[in-house]
Design a protein around this ligand. Structure first.
Ligand code: PBG
Length: 406
């Protein structure tokens, strides 16, 4: 009797070996397993609940058992292997955000103290003194690039926005201060009339229309004044037609061939600018900005703007807002070899801050994810109100990255 059992077992083993061999030849290894078995891995067998799905009751093309009788999904490619630890994830990581990617926007005003912007907690209208402190602190975390936005008193606002090119205005004074104290800092200046416009528009207004070519004359004066005051990069944000070429020519004619142009190439008529307009008290005096800023519904149009800006001499192309327009960033990345910047605008900042303050989002993780997504979409430069904070987080991460964590 026991001999008979032994024979049976031997026959079964031989048969199994044959099956294995045969399947190896067809390059598909299939181990036959007894039906009715349940997963029996390192965690032990799960409890059997009556009527539950029996994984091994009949042949399934995916789930088999391996030679150890463990459940085996016959899957050669397992992308999870490249995610198995922080070190491996670090090896294969495609995009990394550094403090050097950031441009840090600073709001400035004439007062002698800083004032928090209510719709942008953690952001301030700075006095000259607190602006310098902010620059210094950001630089300790490796942020090297800044952009200035002035809040201009109402009595200085006019339709022609002459204050925009006043060499004694707040922007040239702030610029000179930063450059004298921190010669290595790169300071960008925004070109547009809105902070100086009695109409609350980016251009000169006549009969309810925003005039293109007259505005460009003013923008040229603004650009040259800013360059004379030491601006390293001028950033036209006005969206007038032909302004990049006009600004380039004006700068070059005055000998400022080294001053760069960061073009707001694809700037959309967006609701996400609300908190910025609170900060500068620059809400449109009438109507909206849809006759010059792009329609959020349009993607191809950004390529038309990009082609013009490239031809007119832009050094970098910016997309604004950022997160809701990652597709535009990607399309520009595919269409040009120039560096691409993303403006992570005030409304995006406000959303993250508000959710973080309510405890609804982990601020640090959500912000760093947003920054990384900009890089993944094809961004080189990130203009963000989070620049200092993110640079600080990056510095902390670099200092104490714990490789013992999974
Ligand atoms: C002005 C300008 C705006 C922003 C930057 N430059 C506002 C606007 O176009 O109305 C918005 C930035 C932000 O929301 O963070 N030309």
């Amino acid at each position: 009797m026991s001999r008979f059992v032994l024979l049976l077992v031997l026959a079964a083993v031989a048969c199994n070996a044959f099956v294995m061999h045969k399947n190896l030849n067809t390059n598909k290894m299939i181990l036959r397993v007894a039906p009715g078995g349940n997963a029996d891995g390192p965690l032990g067998k799960p409890k059997v609940i009556s009527g539950e799905f029996d994984n091994f009751a009949s042949h399934q093309p995916t789930l088999e058992k391996n030679r150890n009788q463990d459940p085996w999904v016959q899957q050669r490619q397992r992308p999870r292997r490249n995610r198995k630890s922080e070190v491996v994830r670090g090896l294969v990581r495609e995009n990394i955000v550094t403090a050097k990617d950031f441009i840090y926007p600073l709001f400035i005003h004439e007062a002698d103290h800083k004032e928090e912007i209510s719709s942008m907690p953690g952001c301030f209208r700075h006095s000259m003194k607190t602006m310098l402190e902010e620059v210094e602190e950001a630089m300790t975390y490796g942020v090297g690039c800044f952009i200035l936005f002035p809040k201009v008193p109402d009595n200085l606002k006019t339709n022609y926005a002459e204050e925009a090119y006043n060499p004694n205005g707040i922007v040239p004074r702030a610029l000179a201060l930063i450059k004298s104290k921190f010669p290595n800092a790169i300071v960008c200046t925004d070109i547009a009339l809105d902070p100086y416009s009695s109409q609350g528009h980016d251009g000169v207004v006549k009969d309810g229309k925003i005039l293109n070519d007259i505005t460009i004359m003013q923008l040229q004066k603004q650009a040259v004044m800013q360059a004379r005051a030491g601006s390293d990069v001028v950033a036209p944000s006005d969206m007038m037609d032909g302004r990049i070429g006009a600004v380039r020519d004006a700068l070059d004619a005055e000998g400022f061939t080294d001053v760069s142009i960061l073009a707001y190439t694809a700037k959309y008529a967006s609701a996400y600018y609300g908190p910025f307009r609170d900060a500068l008290d620059s809400h449109p005096g009438f109507g909206d900005k849809k006759t010059y800023q792009q329609d959020p519904a349009n993607g191809r149009e950004a390529l038309i703007e990009a082609a013009l800006d490239v031809a007119e001499g832009a050094d970098m192309l910016m997309v604004k807002p950022g997160m809701p327009y990652l597709d535009i960033i990607y399309r520009l990345r595919e269409a040009t070899n120039l560096p691409i910047a993303a403006y992570h605008v005030s409304g995006e900042y406000a959303m993250l801050k508000a959710a973080a303050q309510k405890g609804w989002l982990d601020e640090r993780k959500a912000v760093m994810e947003a920054m990384t997504c900009f890089k993944r979409a094809g961004t080189d430069v990130i203009l963000t109100y989070y620049a200092k904070q993110a640079a600080k987080w990056i510095a902390e991460e670099g200092g104490q990255l714990n490789l013992n964590k999974k």
